[in-house]
Design a binder for this molecule. Structure first.
Ligand code: DP6
Length: 320
């Protein structure tokens, strides 16, 4: 029976996506810019034509809503599909604000379309992956990627665009994990709450284009302080929008705040390091590759675990 296996890496947004203009199609209210990270990866195998639909994550069967989300996604790849089996494995925690849905749906889009006998280019795959999870549309490429929100109602112009490959710039993202459990409110629900209730949501949308232009320029000329400043600004604006939602979305833990202070102290001591966070308590720190070990050492006393990740490559098919 036809089958295919793909690997994709998660990506961390440098300028954030938060808010949708269409929920069913995952069309964003704002553009975003990301860095794909090697080291963490999702590997997904899809068998096309099994006795019944089955989905496994890290060797455990997925049931209910999470399984349906995967199976509905297969229907997008081929509405007339047979029963399928999907086996996905992460080498990092799922659903804890470490972008596991990005690598998951990028790998699934690639593996499922190959198993279905379809040859899609990365842009077409990005459009498919986006419908599984918005941020997944950026994980088809390695390195630096922009996601333009697009204007069309059908989402055909809303996909990732590669800005620079992984080897463009010798950076590191140091990931400090302060809590391993699942996040209290998922991104889709959180974004919608912010859109409907935060008095800051309008300003968040209005200032996003300028942040993207700044990040694009900083990446092109490899200006780390410039990229770091706009990345931190985007993170704090997004979290201000979360905190002022009703009820508030508070993803931070005490360790989160300790880490944010540690990064500011590292910078005051002369290390170029900047913080970013997503819909979870973990803190990710962008720095020059040469400074990564020194940064990791400083973060360790506040974290359960610290991983040093470097820019990663595109999603790709592998032999099973
Ligand atoms: C905070 O892509 O997980 O990480 O489209 O609803 O699946 P859905 O959301 P998702 O949101 C990611 C939001 C973020 C910022 C970002 O990655 O840009």
């Amino acid at each position: 029976m036809p089958s295919a296996t793909a690997i994709a890496h998660p990506n961390i947004a440098l300028v954030k996506y938060w808010g949708k203009r269409s929920i069913p199609l995952n069309l964003p209210a704002v553009g975003s810019v990301s860095l794909t990270l090697g080291g963490y990866r999702t590997q997904t195998a899809v068998c096309w034509g099994t006795e019944r639909d089955l989905v496994f994550l890290d060797n455990e069967p997925l049931l209910g809503g999470p399984a349906k989300r995967v199976l509905d996604f297969l229907d997008l790849v081929d509405p007339g599909r047979p029963q399928c089996e999907v086996r996905s494995d992460n080498n990092f925690p799922s659903g804890a604000g470490l972008a596991s849905s990005a690598s998951a749906f990028a790998a699934l889009a690639l593996a499922a379309s190959a198993a279905a006998g379809k040859t899609l280019d990365p842009t077409a795959l990005s459009i498919v992956a986006r419908q599984g999870s918005g941020s997944a549309c950026r994980s088809l490429w390695g390195g630096f990627v922009e996601w333009r929100p697009g204007e069309r109602d059908d989402g055909s112009d809303s996909h990732g665009i590669p800005l620079a490959a992984a080897d463009h710039w010798d950076l590191a993202m140091v990931v400090a994990v302060v809590h391993d459990g699942p996040k209290p409110t998922g991104s889709t629900q959180g974004m919608e709450r912010s859109r409907l209730t935060s008095p800051f949501f309008h300003q968040w949308v209005q200032t996003s284009d300028a942040d993207i232009a700044e990040a694009r320029e900083a990446i092109a000329i490899r200006d780390l302080p410039r990229l770091g400043r706009v990345m931190e600004a985007s993170t704090f604006k997004m979290h201000a929008t979360m905190h002022t939602s009703s009820p508030p979305l508070l993803y931070w833990h005490p360790g989160t705040v300790a880490l944010l202070h540690e990064v500011a102290a590292a910078r005051a001591s002369g290390i170029e390091a900047w913080s970013t966070m997503d819909a979870g308590p973990q803190v990710k720190v962008l720095c020059a590759s040469a400074d990564a070990d020194a940064v990791a050492e400083r973060l360790r006393e506040h974290a359960l675990r610290v991983d040093v990740l470097r820019p990663g490559g595109p999603a790709r098919l592998v032999d099973a």
